[in-house]
Every structure is written in structure tokens, then in C-alpha cells.
Ligand binder design. Structure first.
Ligand code: TH1
Length: 812
């Protein structure tokens, strides 16, 4: 008999009175203060705990249902999560927003002021980290048993400050005041080894003993991930590095050598100290590889621990477990699982390899060569000597297979090897990820196709069935309901129900309203009200937004050339009937990416110059709100009219901001890149402003002798814009940007300029007809239902994970 049967925690109540009482209990007993002396932060912390308790109760039922079912689990491994602020989301997902608003009044605060204290954990760089957050949301929403594993960085993505000098960075001590959403789980801590040496085990050809030279503790904590419209609450488990007890040297401390006494502990804790602020580029620092192995080693041991709670032996491991690798960052997991199985659990190599390959799947998020991770063999050998040996073995067996399939094709063997030969031998993580997994996917149709045709072509020829596409998606709860409550209410009214929030294809029902003039008027009024809230310029101006990381391939510089062209046109004819525009840029540049920082500096200069120009400023404004993050995105996206998705075709794997903006009724001006192509196919070519060359034209341009000067010579408006920059009118940053464009113009900015400006002229024409614009805007929302991350997760579940939902019973 199960002695625990019938015993469960006291359930938090559902009534306003019960909520109020719980809030007060938490204030007294957990926060340790009183109503009379409660500060705003006391009230915020207490409210958060009260809401968290409601989710924790669901979490306990979820765990019970999972334990009883012993299901197949999804483990999502990601070095980054951009979860966004938690309070508003958790109020929505626990349906306690109304109760909370009333209850906090008795403490003398408004819900809005407490929400301002809710800091977002910035544990990611950009799209890849936010995608991880949307996917865990949708996994819970689809009742999929899942855990997201990550790193609890002390410092998240830096806080950005913008001045006329450009970007400066400040550390992001996000948990300075504590984090009420987090549960520490010290009992589940793990130990992780680094460095050291290996030793053969007599009588065993494949097993080895690894004696690490450094030992670090991984301490987990988790945050709750509730599903929307369901009972499931999953978790994201984050690891923080700590020195072991032995890392404090008491004798040195006693001798007065204070720094030396703690140096080992400091070294250990540095592993989870700070997120590397590089998006889509690789720095190749040893500490980064250490972070990756730290995440992987802690998580795999935790996964095995969880498996062993419910199962014996290894026969069922791969049937009960799928581990999704979010890009190559956690790919060392393939070697680590082999090491654990072969060295520690004494599983035969072939069986271990079969288990490993069937357990992992790999998502590739890029095509950029500078983002494809490779590690110097000598660095690997020093830090992870046993893993390098295992990788060599994996590679040997793999290359034998290639040799057998393509006899005599030595060039192919060299190209496909996990080890790149050359003056400095390197480990190619993407190759390891393809060899050691059952499925590989790109993140949009075009991206998956280009992966098969270019960087992973040899692998696609060897294993065609392994390669798939799963187009990215975004959470409609966070990016419509929470970010844009006015629009969400109108949609619910128009469709007659709120069910679209859990079934986004229902938005198609809005098409029937796209011809209704009074509906279009309300639609327009909402966009205007959102612009008033954002307060970034004239709410009647066309709000033209480019919000994303700064990277040359994304081509913020193309948008700037257009701004300069508009500036020249207005100065030449100030009294013409110009369409008023607010051009809004937001986003961070990697601190060491100088070219990207020059572009930010140039934007700041141009913004100031235009603002000070009485002739131009009534028609054109450039704004750059600083420190773009999830919270700021939630304010900008609802106010956007025009969505700039102008990367050079073939460079942006997918994009997800493009989806969030279309969903909120912004119309895209974009190239045939990433998910833009799928957005255009769904919203219709008439409701999308297309320009520029396609990926195949772009790929051939440099070989065919591309010359930026030819475009400079041929296009007077372009020449005038570049000459203004070269003359130093907008400072040194402008000169440097112009030099780079007229030097190599790696991303073919000048080649796409004319097509871009002509398409922007078309944008102006459509804007002059407000009802036509509103009609197009409604159709963008109506046909963006496909871009829900719930659909993305359903695709992964059906085609890659082969998992079934496990419903969690309601509380009785
Ligand atoms: C981004 C891609 O650039 C973007 O197109 C895509 O929508 C997003 O991932 C989600 O799939 C990437 N972010 C990173 C970050 C690092 C390395 C590679 C990529 S690709 C650190």
C-alpha cells in the first residue's frame, strides 16, 4: 500500500478571501514583516510567493502524474534562456490576476507598481535564448513531460546604455534583490571534473579511468514553467557553480593569505559567473567550453538519476529519454554520455553508442561560418582529456562508415571528419552533433534546405532521412495577450472566444472582419493607443521598427542609408507632403564587435542631428530606446506599424521577431530570408513588402566579382548618402561605416539599396490609405497562426521526439 495516498499539500484557495489571507500569511511568515511596515519590495516578493504557491500545487500534481506514468521525457539542453518577466505571466497562467490586483491594494500598492519590480532574468543573447523560453512554455501547454536545463549565470546579458558615443555596457546583477520565482534544490547537486589525465583499465580495450585535476560543484535551482489552459507545470533547472568544501584553504587563511585561501573557490564559481554576450559568433575561450561541459555534465547526471528512479538497467533509456541539443553549445553531451555509459556504468561501446545516438537530437540555428563552433584540439585535450579520446574513437568508427559508403573518396572523408586538420587541429562540434544524433533540424524551411545543400551537404547525402525542418514559433500568450492586451481583447471579441490563445490558427477567423470598416477603425485606434503608451514619437507617424541584435548581416546599415536618403529628400523639399515616420532601432551589439558598435554610434549621431534639425524633425525622427530585452520588446512590438526584416538572403536562419511583429499586425518589409518566406506565403504577397535578391543570387555575388563601387556610381541617391557619411557629416562612425560598405560590403548592402528604397516608397503610398493599411495589418495577424510555438512543439513532438502528452488530473 502506498502510505502517501490521500496525503497532499494544503491547496491554496481560489476565492478572493483565501488569496488575501494567503498573501498576509506570506507577508508575516515568509517575508517576516507586517502590513504597517511593508515596502513595495516586500509586497512584490509576497505577491510573487502567493502566486508561485498556486503553481507549486499544480507542480506537485504534475510530478505525481509523471511518476505514475513513467513516460518518455524530453530534456531540452540550452546554454541560454530568455524567460522574460515572470509575475504577469504567472498571474495569467494561474488565472489570479483579478484576485491579485484586489489583494495588493490592501497592502497599499497597485499591481502595476509591483510589476515594475519584477526583473527579467536575462540569461540569453537573443533569438536562440528566447526560442528556448517559448518552447518550454509550449511543451507545458501541450502536456509534454519535459525539463529545460540551463546555466544560472550570476550576470546575464549586459545592461546597455546609449549615449551619443554609442553603446556602453554595465553588468546585469539580475538577482541582486533575490529571485522569488526560484527554488533551490541543494540535495540534487552534482560534482563535475575538469583537466587531469586518463589511465587505461587493464583488460578493457575501451574503458578508461579519468582522474580530473579540478572538481567543481553544480548546485541546481529551478523555476516553474506552467502550461496555458492546462494543469501541467514543468520546470527549468539551472546550474550554478560552487567550490567544494576542499576549495577553501583554511591554513592559508590563518596565515593571512586571504586571496590565495579562496582562489580555488573563486575559479570554480567563475564558471557560472557571466553569460558570454556573443550572439551568432564564437570567441573560442576556454571558460566558454568549461561552461558548456559544466551544463552538460550536471544535466546528464541529473537525467540519469531521474531515469534510475523509475527504471532499471539501460535497455529502456533511449525509449524513455530524448535530449534536444539547442545548437552545438551542449554537444559535448554526446561524448559525456558515452563516457558515463562506458567508463562509469561498464556498458559495451557498441551498445553505448546505440543508446547515445538514439537519445540525442540536434537543432542547428545558423549557417554563418563564424558561428559554427570548433575548439582547438590542444584546449580540449587539456580541459577534457577523456572526452577527446572518446571523440577520436567516435570519429574513427564514423570515418570507416564513410569510407565504406564512398570508397576512395578521401576528400569527402577529410571534409566530414570531426577533426579539422591544419596548422591547428580543431574539433568540429557541428559534425559531432550530426554524427551522434538521430535527428538534425534547421529552424525555417529555407534554412533547413540550405543546411542540406551547403554546410551539411555531405552528411545529408550519407543520411538523408536524418535531416528535417521545424520552423520556429513564438508564444502567443506572452507576445499578444500580455504584451498587447487591447489587441487581445479585440481579437477575443471578434472571434467570440479566447480559445485562439491555445489554438492560434483560429486567428484565421479575423479574415471575415478585415473588410468591416468599424472593426478596422478599432484596430487602428488600438495601434495608436499602443504608440501613445510607448511614447517614442508622434502616435500618428508611421512607426518603423528594427529590433534585434546588431550584426552586419542583419543590415541595420541598410536601414540607415534609407534614413539618410529620406533626410536628403526632406531637406531638398521641406514643404512636400511627407509621410511622417518614426524610425525605432533597438538591440545590443557584442561588446567586442566593433563594426556593430560603430553602427549603433552612427544611429545615435544621426538621431541627434535630425532631432536638432527644425526642417526635418517634423517629418522624420530616429529613436533608440536603450537596453532592448524581452520586457522592452513587449512594449515596442504592439506599437509597430512596419517590421524591418532586411537581412541579406541566406544569412538569417529564421528570425522570431519577424513572427511576433506580424502577429501584432505590423507589416513586414523584408527579404526572402529565414522565416520571412513562410510569413509571406501565409499572409499573402499583397500584404508583405518584398525587396532584394534571393539567397542563390546573394551566394554567387562575390564570386561573380561584386563591386560596391558600381552601385555607388550608378545610383545618385545612394552616392549622396554615402558621400555624406564619407565627408564626416555624421562623425567618424559614419566614415567607418561608409568605408566598410565601399570596401568589401560583405553583406551586399549597396546591391539591395535601390530595391529597398523603391519598396519603402510603396510603403509610403499604402500608408496614405489608412483603411488599406489597416486591412493589410489585420490580414497579417489573421494568417500568422502558424507561428505559434505550440505548433513548433507539436512538430517536434510528432516528428523528432515521438512523445505523447501526459495529461495532469485537475484538483478535486
Ligand atoms: C539565432 C538565429 O540567428 C536566428 O535566425 C534564429 O531565429 C534564432 O537563433 C532561433 O532559432 C541564433 N542565435 C545564436 C546564438 C549563438 C550562436 C548561434 C546562434 S543562431 C550564441
Amino acid at each position: 500500500m502506498d502510505l502517501r495516498q490521500g496525503i497532499g499539500p494544503r491547496r491554496p484557495g481560489k476565492t478572493a478571501d483565501e488569496f488575501q489571507q494567503d498573501l498576509l500569511s506570506n507577508l508575516f511568515y515568509r517575508r517576516g514583516t507586517t502590513v504597517e511596515s511593508a515596502s513595495a519590495r516586500d509586497a512584490y516578493e509576497t505577491l510573487s510567493l502567493t502566486v508561485r504557491d498556486r503553481l507549486a500545487e499544480r507542480r506537485s500534481r504534475t510530478a505525481a502524474a509523471h511518476f505514475a506514468t513513467n513516460p518518455r521525457w524530453v530534456y531540452y539542453l540550452s546554454a541560454e534562456y530568455l524567460l522574460g518577466a515572470q509575475l504577469e505571466q504567472n498571474l495569467l497562467y494561474s488565472d489570479t490576476g483579478g484576485l491579485a490586483a484586489e489583494a495588493v491594494k490592501t497592502l497599499g500598492f497597485s499591481l502595476e507598481e509591483l510589476e515594475d519590480l519584477d526583473i527579467e532574468p536575462g540569461l540569453g543573447n537573443g533569438g536562440l535564448g528566447r526560442l528556448a523560453a517559448c518552447l518550454v512554455d509550449s511543451m507545458a501547454t501541450r502536456d509534454i513531460p519535459a525539463v529545460g536545463y540551463g546555466i544560472r549565470y550570476d550576470f546575464g546579458i549586459f545592461h546597455q546604455i546609449i549615449t551619443e558615443q554609442g553603446q556602453t555596457e554595465r553588468p546585469d546583477d539580475w538577482a541582486f534583490h533575490g529571485n522569488p520565482w526560484e527554488f533551490p534544490a541543494p540535495d540534487d547537486r552534482q560534482t563535475v571534473g575538469f583537466y587531469g589525465r586518463t589511465e587505461p583499465i587493464p583488460g578493457s580495450p575501451t574503458r578508461k579511468r579519468w582522474m580530473p585535476g579540478e572538481i567543481v560543484l553544480g548546485e541546481p535551482s529551478h523555476m516553474l514553467v506552467p502550461g496555458y489552459g492546462t494543469e501541467t507545470v514543468n520546470i527549468v533547472r539551472l546550474w550554478r557553480a560552487r567550490g567544494s568544501e576542499a576549495s577553501f584553504d583554511l591554513s592559508r587563511f590563518s596565515a593571512g593569505q586571504y586571496a590565495e585561501a579562496v582562489q580555488e573557490a573563486v575559479r570554480a564559481e567563475n564558471i557560472s559567473k557571466v553569460l558570454y554576450p556573443d550572439d551568432s559568433t564564437e570567441l573560442g575561450r576556454e571558460l566558454r567550453l568549461k561552461q558548456q561541459y559544466f551544463l552538460v555534465s550536471c544535466s546528464l547526471r541529473d537525467i540519469i538519476r531521474r531515469f534510475r528512479l523509475r527504471n532499471e538497467g539501460w535497455a529502456e533509456f533511449a525509449d524513455k529519454t530524448v535530449i534536444q541539443l539547442n545548437d552545438t553549445h551542449p554537444t559535448i553531451a554526446i561524448a559525456e554520455l558515452m563516457r558515463l555509459l562506458v567508463d562509469e556504468y561498464e556498458v559495451e561501446w557498441d551498445e553505448a553508442w546505440s543508446i547515445t545516438r538514439r537519445t540525442f537530437a540536434y537543432t542547428c540555428h545558423t549557417l554563418l561560418p563564424e558561428a559554427l563552433e570548433t575548439w582547438p584540439v590542444h584546449m580540449f585535450e587539456r580541459l577534457l582529456p577523456r572526452h577527446l579520446e572518446i571523440i577520436y574513437l567516435i570519429n574513427m568508427f564514423f570515418l570507416r562508415e564513410v569510407e565504406a559508403r564512398f570508397p576512395g573518396d578521401h576528400d569527402r572523408v577529410r571534409r566530414m571528419s570531426i577533426i579539422a586538420e591544419g596548422p591547428e587541429r580543431r574539433v568540429r562540434m557541428a559534425h559531432l552533433a550530426v554524427v551522434g544524433t538521430e535527428a538534425v533540424n534547421g529552424v525555417a524551411e529555407l534554412h533547413s534546405k540550405l543546411l542540406r545543400e551547403t554546410v551539411l551537404n555531405d552528411f545529408a547525402e550519407l543520411w538523408p532521412a536524418k535531416f528535417q525542418n521545424v520552423t520556429n514559433g513564438v508564444s502567443p500568450r506572452r507576445f499578444v495577450k500580455i504584451a498587447n492586451p487591447r489587441l487581445a481583447d479585440l481579437i477575443t471579441e471578434g472571434l467570440g472566444s479566447a480559445a485562439w490563445l491555445g489554438d492560434l490558427e483560429q486567428l484565421a477567423g479575423l479574415e471575415a472582419l478585415a473588410g468591416d470598416a468599424s472593426f478596422l477603425e478599432r484596430w487602428r485606434a488600438i495601434k495608436r493607443a499602443n504608440k501613445v503608451d510607448l511614447a517614442a514619437g508622434d502616435p500618428d507617424a508611421l512607426t518603423d521598427v528594427m529590433i534585434k541584435r546588431f550584426h552586419e548581416y542583419k543590415r541595420q546599415q541598410l536601414k540607415l542609408l534609407h534614413v539618410i536618403a529620406m533626410y536628403h529628400r526632406i531637406r531638398a523639399d521641406p514643404s512636400a507632403d511627407w509621410v511622417p515616420r518614426t524610425v525605432l532601432f533597438a538591440g545590443k551589439a557584442a561588446p567586442a564587435y566593433h563594426a556593430a558598435k560603430e553602427i549603433i554610434r552612427l544611429i545615435a549621431t544621426i538621431a541627434a542631428r535630425i532631432a536638432a534639425d527644425p526642417v526635418v524633425s517634423p517629418h522624420l525622427r530616429v529613436v533608440f530606446p536603450e537596453n532592448y530585452n524581452v520586457t522592452l520588446a513587449e512594449r515596442i512590438i504592439p506599437a509597430a506599424d512596419l517590421s524591418e526584416q532586411i537581412s541579406l538572403a541566406g544569412k538569417e536562419a529564421s528570425g522570431t521577431g519577424n513572427m511576433k511583429l506580424a502577429l501584432n499586425g505590423a507589416i513586414t518589409i523584408g527579404t526572402l530570408d529565414g522565416a520571412n518566406i513562410e510569413i509571406r506565403a501565409r499572409v499573402g504577397a499583397d500584404n508583405f513588402f518584398l525587396f532584394g535578391m534571393d539567397a542563390y543570387q546573394a551566394a554567387g555575388a562575390h564570386q561573380q566579382g561584386y563591386s560596391p563601387w558600381a552601385y555607388y556610381e550608378a545610383d545618385g541617391e545612394l552616392r549622396a548618402a554615402l558621400d555624406t557619411l564619407r565627408a564626416g557629416t555624421f562623425g567618424e562612425a559614419g566614415q567607418r561605416v561608409a568605408d566598410s560598405l565601399l570596401g568589401r560590403d560583405e553583406y551586399l548592402t549597396l546591391a539591395d539599396f535601390r530595391s529597398y528604397v523603391e519598396t519603402q516608397d510603396e510603403v509610403d503610398q499604402v500608408w496614405r490609405d489608412p483603411l488599406r493599411w489597416a486591412h493589410m495589418s489585420v490580414l497579417n495577424t489573421a494568417h500568422s497562426g502558424f507561428f505559434s510555438s505550440d505548433r513548433t512543439v507539436a512538430d517536434y513532438a510528432a516528428r523528432i521526439w515521438r512523445v505523447a502528452p501526459v495529461p495532469v488530473p485537475k484538483a478535486d
